[in-house]
Design a protein around this ligand. Structure first.
Ligand code: BMP
Length: 261
């Protein structure tokens, strides 16, 4: 099972999407399974945060639609810092519409997500055509995460809904690299999906708006997930660089203890 395998080993398993292989190698090389969620509202803050935490992360997660002045400068700046500091960019757009519409949302409009994101995500509640539609509009360096579980209290993504996400992912291992979920969903022999987990903060249990927090040890060590996604825990700190390092060290140690290295 993948919970006891190293990131490095998993990078070369069969049926692993190319972006997943690349990311697994990057994680092993940089020794970081931390993704920072850059939920800030200006290009300046976004690029500053990327510079500050860049050395400590494998991935930066964005919500491009909350950046007031999002534009070519944001895209170029982000690409440049990502190349320099070696991390991937994940746009958390959560596509959830008919195939034809998501293709337009992915490629057109003011965000032009296909031009700059390495990783995107989608809900499968509209049915599996959302996966084919996004894959047709994508190029080789883009991979999809399916939202299989959420961190917010009372969410409806449980039981057979979550199971169906895994079924659809298994049908498209070339394009679907993994899941947003609260635990690993690699249950069948041969599954090598990457699980990324938001709702992580040290010293908090919630935000008063439904968010629920766990520690890095809980999600990586006990729930067997692969990457922690931390927003306010990092960008809300005075010293963001130091805080990112603290999360990186704790999540990395939890991984090492899990795989027994
Ligand atoms: P924070 O660590 O500040 O609570 O931020 C969590 C981030 O992860 C937010 O950008 C949110 O949109 C996202 N997220 C989440 O919190 N729970 C989910 O289940 C899925 C998400 O994308």
């Amino acid at each position: 099972p993948t919970v006891t395998q190293s990131y490095q080993e998993r990078a070369s398993l069969p049926k692993t999407s190319p972006v997943a292989s690349y990311l697994l190698r990057l994680i092993a090389a940089k020794q970081t399974n931390l993704c920072v969620s850059a939920d800030v509202s200006t290009t300046k803050e976004l690029l500053q945060l990327a510079e500050e935490v860049g050395d400590s992360i494998c991935m930066l997660k964005t919500h491009a639609d909350i950046i007031n002045d999002f534009g070519p400068r944001t895209i170029e700046g982000l690409k440049e810092i990502a190349a320099k500091k070696h991390f991937l960019v994940f746009e958390d757009r959560k596509f959830g519409d008919i195939g034809s519409t998501v293709q337009k949302q992915f490629t057109a409009g003011p965000l032009q997500i296909v031009r700059w994101a390495n990783i995107i995500n989608a809900h499968i509640f509209p049915g599996p055509a959302i996966i084919t539609a996004l894959s047709q509009a994508a190029h080789d360096a883009v991979s999809l995460l399916i939202l299989a579980e959420m961190s917010s209290a009372g969410n409806l993504m449980t039981g057979s809904y979550t199971e169906q996400c895994v079924v659809e992912a298994r049908k498209n291992p070339e394009f679907v690299m993994g899941f947003i979920a609260q635990r690993t969903l690699n249950e069948k022999p041969g599954d090598n999906f990457i699980t990324m987990t938001p709702g992580v903060q040290i010293g908090a249990t919630g935000d008063g708006l439904g968010q629920q927090y766990n520690t890095p040890e809980k999600v990586i060590g006990e729930a067997g997930t692969d990457i922690i996604i931390v927003g306010r825990g990092v960008y809300g700190a005075q010293d963001k660089r130091a805080k990112a390092e603290e999360y990186r060290v704790r999540a990395w140690k939890a991984y090492e203890e899990r795989v027994g290295s």
